[in-house]
Design a binder for this molecule. Structure first.
Ligand SMILES: C[S@@+](CC[C@H](N)C(=O)[O-])C[C@H]1O[C@@H](n2cnc3c(N)ncnc32)[C@H](O)[C@@H]1O
Length: 214
């Protein structure tokens, strides 16, 4: 399983966690987690075809008795009571939100790892409103694609507007945000002067990001 992204995720998760990997697809992550020493781990997916592939992979590692697989839309058909950790990776924000909106099933869960494919600002805002603390956010690059991996724990905090937009400031990622700033400045140059509202929004983001980088 040659995925830097999944390896990174796997390394983040402590050995004592009890993990549900939602949208597991090929079940690479549950297999990696089990091999690392996490003994309570399951995978689930909304598509039977994905689970067929997952099952094949699990059998090829002789783990069919160790890693349960469940067909489910998000947490709907999963008994979450023996688990405390969720992984949601490789999905878009709207799917992630749909999954996390099923609040009853989330009760035993105290840690969530999310690698969304898009809309990081909407995700940060949603998690903040729903009483999850952004404990860590990691930015990694694989084959020229940038991924954000967020680690959430239960609790309350008030993120500022710039933290919702760009995450909590971390010196190690300043270079990445400098590139974001360059992108925004290029976008602003491409918006004609008469599109005042669009320019205003981008200018506001540029200002926030400039302050954020100070
Ligand atoms: C791109 S794959 C990501 C696979 C793996 N998590 C990874 O990061 O490499 C997304 C998977 O999410 C599944 N999925 C999409 N919506 C879902 C939902 N509501 N509940 C469970 N799984 C879902 C898809 O069937 C697909 O297998």
């Amino acid at each position: 399983m040659n995925s830097q992204r999944l390896n990174f995720l796997c390394n983040l998760i402590p050995l004592d966690k009890k993990v549900i990997d939602i949208g597991t697809d090929h079940a690479y992550l549950p297999i990696m987690l089990y091999q690392k020493g996490i003994i309570k781990v399951m995978g689930s997916d909304i598509h039977q075809k994905a689970l067929d592939m997952a099952y094949k992979n699990i059998i090829s590692h002789n783990l069919e008795l160790d890693i349960p697989l469940v067909l489910s839309d998000g947490l709907k058909d999963i008994d979450t009571k023996d688990y405390n950790t969720l992984v949601l990776a490789g999905m878009g924000f709207m799917t992630i939100k749909h999954i996390l909106d099923l609040k009853d099933k989330l009760e035993p869960i105290n840690t969530i790892y999310i690698q969304s494919n898009n809309d990081y600002n909407k995700l940060r805002s949603y998690m903040n409103e729903n009483k999850w603390i952004l404990k860590n956010e990691y930015i990694i690059e694989e084959k020229k694609i940038i991924y954000h991996i967020m680690e959430y724990e239960r609790g309350e905090e008030k993120l500022r507007e710039e933290e919702i937009l760009f995450g909590k400031k971390q010196e190690k990622y300043v270079k990445y945000y400098q590139l974001e700033l360059n992108k925004l400045e290029k976008i602003l140059n491409l918006i004609p002067k008469y599109q005042k509202e669009e320019r205003k929004i981008i200018k506001h983001k540029i200002l926030l990001l400039q302050n954020y980088l100070r």
